[in-house]
Design a protein around this ligand. Sequence first.
Ligand SMILES: Nc1ncnc2c1ncn2[C@@H]1O[C@H](COP(=O)(O)OP(=O)(O)OP(=O)(O)O)[C@@H](O)[C@H]1O
Length: 599
Amino acid sequence: MKDRGNWTRALRLLWEVSPWHVGGVIALATLASLLPAATVQLTTLAVQGVADAVAGRGEPTAVDRAFTAGVALCGLMVLTHVLAVGRNYLETLLQLRMANTVNEQIMAKATRLRLEHFEDASTYDRLQRANREAAYRPYQIFAHLITTVSSAVSLVAVSAVLLSWNVGVAVAILLAPLPSMVSRVFYSRVGWKIENERSADRRRATYLQFLVTNDRSFKETHLFGLGPLFLGRYRDLIARFYRVDRDLERKQALVSGALGLISVCAAVGAVLYALQVTMASGQVGQFAGYLSAITLVQTTVQALFGGLAMLYEHNLFLGNLFGFLDIEEGGPASGKRPFPPVLSRGIEFRDVSFTYPGTDTPVLSGLDLVLPAGKCVALVGQNGAGKTTLVKLLARFYEPTGGQILIDGVPLAEYDLEDLRANIGVIFQDFVQYEATARENIGFGRASDLDDTAAIRGAAGRADALSFVECLPKGLDTQLGRWFAGGSQLSGGQWQKVALSRAFLRDAPIVVLDEPTAAIDAAAEAEIFARMTEIAGRATTLLIAHRFSTVRAADHIVVIDHGRVLEEGTHSDLMAADGVYAKLFRLQAAGYLDEPVTS
Ligand SMILES: Nc1ncnc2c1ncn2[C@@H]1O[C@H](COP(=O)(O)OP(=O)(O)OP(=O)(O)O)[C@@H](O)[C@H]1O
């Protein structure tokens, strides 16, 4: 039942994409499907007319009949050609529009999925399968449906002629291709299963390809000499795909080919029968009609059964496309409360626990943390302590499994979700380097301000990015990165400053900086943090950092470990307490000062 829904859904989609093109193709295909029967009749008349005229049987109209039928046959040929050209034109347009629509739907769907989906391998498998089918399957199901229906119409018309001559011959020719079709259906299903099972390997192959074809991994792959290794792995994967596909094709060719012989034998038998019958009757025209009908019935019945087998296959693969489009989105429910332009109390994580879906180990357990309004709180902790996870919870990419997050005393869930996210200016550790202009790289922080040069320059200034952006060949309008023509490549620290500008452009009441200065030079870092209060304005700032030179500038410092708060206070409080923070601080400082470490 569910499978049947695939093709009806694809057809509905096609109709929505362009009813005019769909209607046009159907009309032309219906017309074309009626022509073969007319061809058989006209061929019979023409040949009989010629035979009568040549035999000189004293029929004065024989020549006329032969010519009339001949001219009509020519007309049919021209008409067939014109219909084919028109249909081809409409089909191409329809196919393009359908592929565009489906690709757009896949992209739109991806924008609605949750972070959880993109941190799950099965989503990528489904996306990979959907992408493979997107460009042609939905259209193909229509094309094959048309072929199948028009073959059926032609078949009814032509086999009516054949049936009127001989029922046995007609039935034999009609049924002979059936076994071959059954085998094709069977192998379609096998092929579909193989393709689905190899989704992860296909993605792996694409990933290997990506690793050796982009600038970001170039340095490592070349210096570590990984190119040949990746190439070898890629080669192994595609060789494995090829072997499986070849074996399947071989079996299919053998079985379907052997079963197809039944159809050939039926046609040969029919021709021999026609020979025998027409020799006895002396009706040459009837023989020509027989031959023409046998060939037409054989080809149309094969097209019909082949079309049915393809419909079955497309239907299976369409399940992959719709499987992706139907992934349950179910994002967090949005509240209605508008977000405050400035926080009055701050952010509170109250007894927050969290375990990632599909895992058993809690990342946060009973965490209590307060970020006072307008203050800059630094979060310190070893790798994997759960710092970034806190940010994901704050932005509601995930929901806590226990406890609550409150902003100005109001649970996060009560705020309008879009408004909440629009009011967090964030730069993540793995921020994006957009292959776009400097203006866009900064302006994406508030897309409505892409043309507000003063605001963009202001944000760039606050992140210490303005000086180098102004020196780029086209200033703010310089393409960054090397993926597109005319691009200027930035250094790691410059990219980070651009990302910081993007976060600052938001002018949001909450600013979250996850490792914001890891790649920024010490002087620029000191400058940015010295002006942090001015930069972030009255924002409540959460700063995640491993560099203690960054951390010490914060109003309040929180050390977390295994998802719990271990220590908190100002830099001097924590140094005086001589706990974990003080130890880590001295450890880092000793690296600079060449002093022995005291624990
Ligand atoms: N999507 C995920 N699914 C399952 N586990 C995850 C996921 N993301 C992170 N983790 C795990 O959660 C823990 C906390 O990760 P998180 O990124 O919050 O640490 P962090 O404190 O920011 O670390 P770092 O200082 O290295 O950035 C880690 O053990 C990590 O393996």
